[in-house]
Design a protein around this ligand. Structure first.
Ligand code: BDR
Ligand code: CA
Length: 314
């Protein structure tokens, strides 16, 4: 089994990934940490608490960073996820579940130290909480089992960024934090737009989920109406399955092909937020990448078995 801390900014596709983590028998959800991103952190935290309460998810929720590590303003994605982060589906005002007292980055540190070598960090929002945890306790890098990230656009398959032509939202929203995360010597697997733009749920898939997966299926149908509108208007054949693809990587890594090499993030200028991977083990260009560790970047995915696994799990 995988003991998972889910670092997230719910978010329509974040909610869909959370359901996979909750229902998959090989995943033990140890905690949910929230971050600024698709919506302000007050809203993403409220959404996490609502999902926990409504769907009986036991994991504690720890609230995280409100903005990037630089102190710059946070950027949100209301056009994709709605102002309330969950596709404008009405969320009741009286949520009883509460966040724990510890902030997200400290919960991450304490939990990793409590289970050395066992925790998987699954990060599908801005990387701010991970960077703050590393700053406060760099040794956690040697104590996690793995880090799996949804973020970035590396250009391996011709897909561009989704905030700018160069940058994907989770990285663009805090590139300095992402760069600190990639500099650390912990084993990271990156699931970026290179693959998630090839994992699409067409409307008939979502309708079937709505019919066959009970209350959770109906909820997914409801929250995806707004999100689907965004993607169909962009000319895609369905909604992009970003965060759930990263969650599925945990239990089905064979569905992905990866490429090793160090990763850096552009933190200024026109390409702000761009992710670049240097191939591993080559002599040219010369290694001026500060001895950075190799990480695995996904370059291909088997989309249909992934979609089948998601549906079967729910
Ligand atoms: C990522 O940005 C957010 O909108 C999604 O939840 C996903 O994590 C895709 O770029
Ligand atoms: Ca997300």
């Amino acid at each position: 089994t995988h003991k998972v801390i889910y670092d997230t900014d719910p978010g329509v596709d974040d909610a869909m990934a959370l359901f996979f983590l909750h229902y998959h028998p090989d995943i033990e959800l140890i905690g949910i940490t929230t971050c600024h991103g698709n919506a302000p952190v007050e809203i993403t935290t409220r959404n996490a608490l609502y999902l926990k309460e409504r769907f009986g998810i036991e994991a504690p929720v720890a609230r995280g960073a409100a903005g990037p590590v630089t102190g710059d303003d946070a950027h949100h994605a209301a056009v994709v996820h709605g102002d309330n982060g969950l596709g404008e589906v009405e969320i009741p005002a009286d949520i009883k579940a509460q966040a724990i007292a510890a902030p997200a980055h400290r919960f991450i540190i304490e939990t990793v130290r409590k289970h050395p070598g066992e925790i998987t960090l699954l990060a599908v929002g801005r990387m701010t909480n991970l960077a703050l945890a590393l700053r406060e306790d760099p040794e956690i890098a040697g104590l996690v089992r793995q880090v799996v990230v949804m973020g970035g656009a590396f250009g391996y398959r011709g897909h561009l960024g989704n905030v700018t032509p160069a940058a994907e939202a989770n990285i663009h929203g805090d590139p300095h934090a992402a760069d600190e995360m990639f500099a650390a010597s912990w084993p990271i697997t990156v699931i970026g737009l290179d693959v998630t733009h090839e994992v699409l749920m067409p409307q008939d898939y979502l309708r079937r989920l709505g019919e066959e997966a009970g209350e959770v299926g109906r909820f997914i149908w409801d929250i995806t109406r707004f999100y689907e509108n965004f993607y169909l208007n962009k000319g895609l054949a369905g909604i992009s399955v970003h965060d759930a693809s990263a969650a599925i990587y945990l239990v089905a890594p064979d569905l992905f092909e990866t490429r090793p090499g160090p990763v850096r993030v552009v933190c200024e200028g026109l390409a702000f937020g761009q992710t670049i991977q240097r191939p591993a083990g080559i002599g040219f260009p010369p290694n001026d990448w500060d001895g950075r560790p190799d990480h695995a970047v996904c370059i291909a995915v088997k989309a249909q078995p992934l979609l089948d696994l998601y549906r079967e799990t729910l």
